[in-house]
Design a protein around this ligand. Structure first.
Ligand code: PLP
Length: 410
């Protein structure tokens, strides 16, 4: 018995009702982007039909309504991750932009030659490249927390990796390849003990588990609306004192208090970091997605995904030669399963599965250093969310058995 009433909630997702190649769609790529419930689609539709106007500057009813909805959505995001103040929630384009914001502002202001930035081998490119750019610009050193054979962070040498020279620690909360959930408490405690700040890439965590920024005592945390049933908008959480002290990211309208010919002063938080017209409808749509997830309950979402993942890991082993990546213990991983079928390129696997209307992802999943560590150019990945069922996993496994047969007969 699932923690969620999946057969009824599937009816909330119009896209899942369709047939592809004459077969029911089996969507197993939510780690890339999630599908949207009717309530989110309707919120976007209603916004454009009834309240579309630019925010903050308008002195008429529509503009006030748009502003009010936009700011209400911010408060929903604040509550969802338990931030202390709505001023600590900055709208961005996505997780990538949120991490870049911290690298370009906090990073540039606080990292000097000889300082160290610590990331990990599990990171998505969006939590690698901004730190490479910063380290190069500042002549700082980039260090990596290693990974063990199960694709988990290996913390044995944490005290020698994170030292007095460390200014920033940037780690994922859940790997988008191995699914490993990071023991953040240990990393954050060590980073704070040496005076470093911690930025957490929570792109794969906030959609799937309860996340509490205050309980974690994390300094910055980034996530993407589109991976949590919402539209294409991102969120950066930052501790207020840190955000106050940071210089702005981009310059333009809304982020200023006063502009003179040669000098400007900055708006208060969070607007200092929101230059130009933001993704208004998308932010409001994310508010609707958060409402939807809260109605389900994030503990139930997590429980449902753990059940599905346990089932998937067991069933996938029925496919001859298939090799799974990631932690063996379900409690240590999120709702996805990346795997290798030796001798068959993941692109071929995904293309054959597509004929059975199954959507999975194949490639390096924007984690080339991790794939290099595993000595694999690419993997296949099935990822699960609130609307997936054990029947869909059976369909996946049957189709993979067909792939295996097809390529063995050669
Ligand atoms: N971090 C992780 C762990 C991810 O899985 C992703 C997306 O796949 C990202 C960051 C980047 O998210 P976005 O493309 O929404 O910026």
């Amino acid at each position: 018995m699932s923690a969620l009433d999946v057969s009824s909630l599937r009816e909330d997702f119009p896209i899942l009702q369709q047939m592809v190649h004459g077969k029911p769609l089996v969507y197993l790529d939510s780690a890339a982007t999630s599908q949207k419930p009717e309530s989110v689609i309707q919120t976007l539709d209603a916004y454009y039909r009834a309240t579309n106007a630019n925010i903050h500057r308008g002195i008429y009813q529509l503009a006030e309504q748009a502003t009010e909805q936009y700011e209400t959505a911010r408060k929903k995001a604040q509550k969802f991750v338990n931030a202390k103040s709505w001023r600590e929630i900055v709208w961005t384009r996505n997780t990538t932009e949120a991490i870049n914001l911290v690298a370009y502002t906090y990073g540039r202001a606080n990292v000097r030659a000889g300082d160290e930035i610590v990331i990990s081998l599990l990171e998505h490119h969006s939590n690698i490249v901004p730190w490479q750019l910063l380290a190069k610009e500042k002549n700082a050193t980039l260090k990596h927390i290693p990974v063990d054979g199960q694709g988990r962070l290996a913390l044995d040498d944490l005290d020698t990796l994170i030292t007095d020279k460390t200014k920033i620690v940037a780690v994922t909360m859940m790997s988008n390849v191995t699914g490993a959930i990071t023991p953040l408490e240990t990393i954050i405690a060590r980073a704070h003990a040496v005076g470093a700040v911690v930025i957490v890439d929570a792109a794969q965590a906030v959609p799937h588990l309860p996340v509490d920024v205050r309980a974690l005592d994390v300094d910055f945390l980034a996530f993407s609306g589109h991976k949590m049933l919402g539209p294409f908008v991102g969120v950066l959480y930052g501790k207020r004192a840190l955000l106050e002290a940071m210089p702005p990211f981009m310059g333009g309208g809304d982020m200023i208090r006063k502009v003179e010919l040669y000098e400007s002063t900055w708006n208060e938080l969070p607007y200092k970091f929101e230059a130009g017209t933001p993704a208004i409808a998308e932010a409001i749509g994310l508010g609707a997605a958060i409402d939807y997830l809260e109605t389900l309950g994030m503990d139930n979402v997590r429980e449902h995904e753990q059940e599905l993942t346990a089932y998937a890991l067991e069933k996938l082993q029925e496919v001859p030669t298939l090799r799974l990546l990631g932690p063996e213990k379900i409690a240590e991983r999120g709702g996805l399963a990346a795997f290798e079928l030796p001798g068959i390129h993941p692109h071929d696997v995904a293309a054959v599965l597509d004929r059975d209307a199954i959507c999975i992802r194949a490639g390096h999943h924007c984690a080339q250093p991790l794939h290099a560590y595993f000595d694999l150019p690419a993997t296949s990945r099935a990822s699960f969310y609130v609307y997936n069922t054990p029947d869909e996993i059976d369909t996946l496994v049957t189709s993979l058995q067909g792939v295996r047969r097809m390529f063995s007969n050669g």
